[in-house]
Design a binder for this molecule. Structure first.
Ligand SMILES: C[S@@+](CC[C@H](N)C(=O)[O-])C[C@H]1O[C@@H](n2cnc3c(N)ncnc32)[C@H](O)[C@@H]1O
Length: 219
């Protein structure tokens, strides 16, 4: 799936999350499972030259893509590292992931690792889908290759289990009918043009957690 398209369709949930978080210049962040770097670039634009964004991905090709997407931002450092082994040279104000936990073996372990790199009082934010809640012409969507396609439905309790306090949580789903970004996104995902059918893309659940100390259920 082209990343720019995903970014376009799911930009509103990302913008909502960053706005509610109150992120600003100078923040230090990590974008875990950064992929092509769409979220990293969005963070870099906000934190500015005094901030820092670690774009972490287990796939070395993603590091190259993220580094190239963020080439105009010296504050972005692209790193090849598995989320399960997340280790940074400093603690950060915000650890963020989007469309990552649905692919990892153990989402709880990854959230705990993310918590560990956040300074006390900093934030843990995850955005993950409930794939089967998406509908095309009323029928359920599915994503057979993802390990946890519906992990978004469990996200509030997963974040709470780390010991972080939930300060905000909500779900948003792009929807449409006829030509447009929603139809294009679905066609790029499935290869099927929805025509004028109603499309409700998988809701993206966002959970904002505040980290008070080391993760409770640390593995
Ligand atoms: C669907 S992409 C999401 C990219 C980006 N977060 C976004 O929202 O545009 C998932 C990314 O997670 C990465 N990933 C999967 N498992 C990982 C792991 N265990 N540790 C770190 N990155 C991982 C993949 O390489 C891929 O780049």
């Amino acid at each position: 799936m082209p990343n720019a398209l995903r970014d376009d369709v799911y930009r509103r949930p990302l913008a909502t999350a960053l706005e509610r978080l109150g992120i600003g210049p100078g923040w230090r962040c990590v974008d875990v499972g950064a992929g092509a770097g769409d979220v990293s670039v969005a963070l870099a634009e906000i934190v500015g030259h005094d901030g820092r964004v670690y774009a972490v991905d287990s796939d070395p090709r993603a590091r190259d893509e993220a580094a190239s997407a963020a080439s105009a931002f010296a504050q972005v450092l692209a790193i090849t590292q598995a989320a399960e082994d997340l280790l940074l040279p400093e603690q950060v104000d915000l650890a963020f992931c989007r469309f990552l936990l649905m692919h990892v073996i153990d989402p709880e372990l990854v959230l705990n690792r993310m918590c560990r790199v956040v300074r006390p009082g900093g934030y843990l934010v995850a955005q993950e889908p409930i794939t089967s809640a998406g509908r095309v012409n009323g029928a359920h969507m599915s994503m057979p290759h993802a390990r946890h396609p519906d992990v978004g439905a469990m996200l509030p309790s997963l974040v709470r289990a780390t010991g972080a306090a939930i300060v905000d949580a909500w779900a948003e789903a792009p929807a449409g009918a006829g030509p447009g970004v929603v139809a294009n996104y679905l066609a790029s995902l499935t290869g099927v043009e929805p025509g004028n059918d109603s499309v409700v893309l998988p809701p993206l659940v966002t959970v904002v957690g505040r980290v008070s100390g080391p993760a409770h259920g640390d593995k």
